[in-house]
Ligand binder design. Structure first.
Ligand SMILES: Cc1ncc(COP(=O)(O)O)c(C=O)c1O
Length: 419
């Protein structure tokens, strides 16, 4: 009935179908995930947790939340999963709220080095309400473990956060844990970007190493927008404060941080869609999908480097890469705009030690999860590198960009969307 809105959704659907979606934090969900997300479950209030709710009529949503929790626990191999965080940022806020008093020290990865705002950026809650210490990547883009250890010893943070939004290499969880243990800090692994790679077996898991794990559910995990907090410890009883703040009671500390600490009613439609995505991620095909994401990223990285592009760290181990465009005489903002005009969606991104500002940085970030969900493989990545190069080399030629856009729209017809 709402034509105005429907037109906009239709246009967005066409954009998603006809273009190359290369933002590494995006993906295409299945029809089943969409169906759960668009279901009548959005009508229900259910503050609390299964079996302990502040509202009546929760018998079926209890079953749904239990299913999501059990699937998350089985898939990741943890004893406790909280599936209620509305999204990744609130999940990270909840961990800080559970573990730190205002003014206490946390240490996270600097945004320009590949970290996320919620890991201690000065203008984010994590940098305003807590004393934030930021570690950086070396000039070559790799995490600087020596600096991390020196900063930890100097500032003795209570929480160390590792896991970024633009880091193209493997996270060495045991090494970060060693540093955390040396100063008595909790280690939080934010695997938002790589959760699908972890369950697909193509990235080491932080389970059994990190004290707490947060993840969004909508990136490589290919679920709805949402998040989870995973940990081990005594079974949670969110109605009673734990006898002490310690690792043993993390499940209760986390659950109480979500509600009553930060949130009200869980989004049951989102929880159901997370349960669907977790079921899909537990299938053998998902392992093939995860391996193909990485193979595609590596093929794309090689094809770009062959065309003279500089990649932060000189390549990738995961689903994303950061291209430093300085040698091409183009800024990240200009590149993003030109690629948009050609039907290639990317985002501008800072590079380590970027002399430019985040709103007009030196690089772009590219990823392969969404393209891989369409069934594209290594050969298509080489073709895409060619289009990227063609676009950036002719960025002021509107006719050329329009022609590339048409070619890409034709090409994408061979790779239908999952839903
Ligand atoms: C590493 C990391 N953590 C947290 C988030 C925040 O997730 P959301 O955008 O759902 O709040 C993101 C999102 O990009 C992320 O990359």
């Amino acid at each position: 009935m709402d034509r105005e809105l429907n037109n906009l959704i239709e246009q967005e659907a066409t954009r998603q179908r006809d273009g190359l979606e290369m933002i590494p934090s995006e993906n295409y969900v299945s029809r089943d995930v969409l169906a759960a997300l668009g279901s009548i479950l959005t009508n229900k209030y259910s503050e609390g947790y299964p079996g302990k709710r502040y509202y009546g009529g929760c018998e079926f949503v209890d079953g749904i939340e239990n299913l999501a929790r059990e699937r998350a626990q089985a898939l990741f191999g943890v004893t406790h999963a909280n599936v209620q965080p509305y999204s990744g940022s609130p999940a990270n806020l909840a961990v800080c709220f559970a573990l730190l008093q205002p003014g206490e020290t946390l240490m996270g990865m600097q945004l320009a080095s590949g970290g996320h705002m919620t890991h201690g950026l000065a203008v984010n809650f994590s940098g305003i309400y807590y004393h934030s210490v930021q570690y950086t990547a070396r000039a070559d883009g790799y995490l600087d473990l020596d600096e991390m250890r020196a900063l930890a010893k100097a500032h003795r943070p209570k929480l160390i956060i590792v896991g970024g939004t633009a880091y193209p290499r493997v996270y060495e969880w045991a090494k970060y844990k060693e540093i955390a243990d040396e100063v008595g800090a909790y280690l939080m692994a934010d695997i938002s970007h790589i959760a699908g790679l972890v369950v697909g077996g193509v990235h080491p898991s932080p389970v059994g190493i990190a004290d707490v794990i947060t993840t969004t559910t909508h990136k490589t995990l290919r679920g709805p927008r949402g998040a989870m907090i995973l940990c081990d410890g005594e079974p949670s009883n969110f109605l009673k404060a734990p006898p002490e703040q310690s690792r043993q009671y993390l499940p209760t500390m986390i659950d109480r941080a979500i509600i009553p600490g930060l949130q009200g009613g869980p989004h049951n439609h989102q929880t159901a869609a997370i349960a669907v995505a977790l079921h899909e991620a537990a299938q053998p095909e998902f392992k093939t999908y995860a391996a193909q994401i990485v193979a595609n990223a590596q093929a794309l990285a090689i094809a770009l480097m062959e065309r003279g592009y500089t990649l932060v760290t000189g390549g990738t181990d995961n689903h994303l890469m950061v291209v430093d465009l300085t040698n091409k005489g183009i800024t990240g903002k200009q590149a993003e705009k030109a690629l948009d005009a050609a039907g290639i969606t990317v985002n501008k991104n800072t590079v380590p030690r970027d002399p430019r500002k985040p709103f007009d940085p030196s690089g772009i970030r590219l990823g392969t999860p969404a393209l891989t969900s369409r069934g594209m493989k290594e050969a298509e990545m080489t073709q895409i590198a060619e289009w990227i190069d063609d676009t950036l080399s002719h960025r002021d030629d509107a006719d050329r960009l329009e022609a590339i856009k048409r070619e890409i729209a034709d090409f994408t017809r061979g790779f239908p969307l999952p839903a």
